[in-house]
Design a protein around this ligand. Structure first.
Ligand code: ATP
Ligand code: MN
Length: 534
């Protein structure tokens, strides 16, 4: 490994003078460094497996935006975007740089946005080699000739540096802080790599609509043989990565995209897939992507081997693998496609009441987009698992520096202009809530998505759901008819009605905060609680 002294000067501007810099190392060299530094082990497929430490997921309550001239009047402050004052930021930055000074550091220059009109360069400086490998995989890898020393944004990630909440104005010792005026992101006290990609996603969610009128989206995207693009919105765990990996369609990206006037483009250059329960049979493309160079996080091994055991989730349910997009064999590069013909809203409804597939009107699309519903399953002390409704605006509230309505209006406009069809897909439970019912088979979900994509589902008859007002297909090729109507899948219809009403009320109550800013046809597009209460 060679350090590159030419990078001393830009880092000196940050206050880092005495560090050994490992600049732009290739994956093999990063893995070698990670192994030498005991950051992880090599698996039988040649992937690097690391444990990310105390944090195995993001920490949204510890994500701050610095209150400055760029952000002050524009950011939607509150429980999503916590304010940090400039003085606290300066203090943390100073001590963080002092901490990094003299240490070995990994520096990587990369970029985001596959559409070069919106491309932004990002320098990622990390304390560990594996975080740098993550940046290599997830961001776009520019040609050497396209890299110069002036970067649009700098991300500095040091798991070993912790804030002092008393003096630093943070909630805990870990933090992610975005400064729009300095164009710096500081991440400390956590080794979870998802913070790196999602902080840059937050930046793009501010800059793209604000300066360029491009809609940033928390969605995956793929394209069919006829060039028809499909996008899949959904909160974590609803199936964006899983459903966008499709042997019959080319992958654009699995998580973050922009929609300009004429095209869809990936922000990233790689994927970050869940590994829990992964098998070669059910998800072959993702399984096969865990090859040489890939980065596995928090997985366990089959005893006495270096073979990952994806069914073992003792460290966390959120076991992950990061790999460059071209590890999916039919990925499309550059990662861009036409404006979407079909849009899917994925939801994992643990109440077991939403239909597995339904067609939405434009108003319904906006209503369900703003609502951003999925469900989580929370264990109680008595050991009973109860579904909890989660509403996260635009299927990604945690990453929205602007008010959700700004994104929703942009989406509504684009859907209308481009005449895209919008479908709700429940990838969650059927036949009863979590615990009683079961998760909809992945093969069924894939069959329903395919029937939309090849146009067959557009041609069948529909009926309107009395509570949710959505149009539910009467039949779907490859799917037994009774699966399509959630009422039929429950043993007790009365219990179904009760549960459907409970969730409808949760929708209405969540939407109350948007009522004052929404036109009446949008409010009316929600579930019909009157007919459900009797
Ligand atoms: P994140 O935003 O955290 O990356 P994601 O939306 O990409 O989340 P996935 O990684 O695709 O979510 O996770 C969906 C998980 O649910 C996978 O582990 C998949 O195997 C599982 N699953 C089970 N049944 C289904 C189904 N019917 N449809 C989609 N996924 C399913
Ligand atoms: Mn994903």
């Amino acid at each position: 490994m060679k350090s590159v002294p030419t990078f001393a000067s830009p880092l000196a501007a940050l206050g880092i003078h005495q560090s050994t810099i490992f600049y732009q190392l290739a994956p093999a060299a990063l893995i070698e460094a990670a192994l030498q530094r005991n950051e992880g082990v090599l698996t039988d497929t040649g992937a690097l497996a690391v444990d990310t430490g105390k944090f195995t997921g993001r920490s949204p309550k510890d994500r701050f935006i610095v209150d400055d001239s760029v952000s002050h009047n524009n950011v939607w402050w509150g429980k999503v975007n916590y304010k940090m004052d400039g003085a606290h930021f300066v203090g943390i930055q100073k001590r963080m740089m002092a901490y990094l000074n003299g240490r070995d550091l990994f520096v990587r220059d990369c970029s985001v946005c596959a559409d070069e009109r919106y491309s932004m360069s990002v320098r990622v400086i990390t304390e560990t080699a594996y975080q740098n490998l993550f940046a290599y995989h997830l961001f776009i890898r520019p040609d050497k000739s396209d890299i110069n020393n002036t970067m649009d944004w700098t991300v500095i990630a040091a798991p070993g540096f912790e804030a002092d909440p008393e003096t630093d104005g943070t909630r805990q010792k870990n933090f992610t802080i975005i400064s729009f005026s300095k164009r710096i992101i500081l991440i400390g006290g956590t080794g979870y790599t998802g913070e790196i990609k999602k902080s840059i996603f937050s930046v793009l969610n501010f800059t793209l609509p604000y300066y360029n009128k491009v809609l940033p989206m928390h969605c995956s995207a793929n394209v069919g043989p006829d060039g028809d693009t499909a996008i899949f919105f959904g909160l974590s765990g609803t199936g964006k990565t899983t459903l966008s990996a499709d042997t019959n369609r080319r992958l654009i990206g699995d998580d973050e995209h922009g929609w300009s006037d004429e095209a869809i483009f990936n922000f990233e250059g790689g994927c970050y897939a869940k590994c829990a329960g992964l098998s070669a049979e059910s998800e072959p493309q993702i399984f096969n992507a865990i090859q040489q160079g890939a980065l596995l996080e928090n997985v366990s091994f089959i005893k006495g081997t270096n073979e990952a055991d994806y069914n073992n989730i003792c460290k966390t349910e959120n076991t992950r693998v990061a790999y460059p997009v071209h590890y999916i064999n039919n990925a499309l590069i550059p990662s861009a496609g036409e404006a979407p013909k079909h849009i899917f809203f994925l939801t994992a409804d643990a109440f077991g009441v939403l239909p597995p597939v339904a067609k939405l009107t434009v108003e319904q699309a906006m209503y369900y987009f703003i609502s951003g519903y999925t469900a989580k399953v929370a264990g109680t002390e008595a050991g009973i698992n109860e579904p909890v409704a989660t509403f996260s605006a635009c299927f990604g509230e945690a990453f929205l520096p602007l008010h959700p309505i700004e994104y929703a209006n942009l989406l509504g406009k684009k859907i209308t202009e481009q005449n895209a069809s919008v479908w709700l897909i429940n990838t969650g439970w059927t036949g009863g809530p979590y615990g009683t019912g079961e998760r909809i088979k992945l093969s069924y979900t894939r069959a329903m998505v395919n029937a939309v994509l090849d146009g067959r589902l557009g041609k069948v008859g529909f009926r309107t759901d009395p509570v949710y007002n959505m149009n539910i297909p009467l039949s779907c090729p490859g799917i037994p008819d009774d699966v399509l109507d959630p009422r039929n899948t429950w043993a007790d219809t009365e219990k179904y009605e009760e549960q459907a009403n409970k969730l409808a009320l949760a929708f209405v109550s969540n939407f109350e905060k948007y009522v004052v800013i929404s036109p009446i046809n949008l409010i009316n597009a929600g579930p019909n609680t009157v007919s459900a209460v009797f």
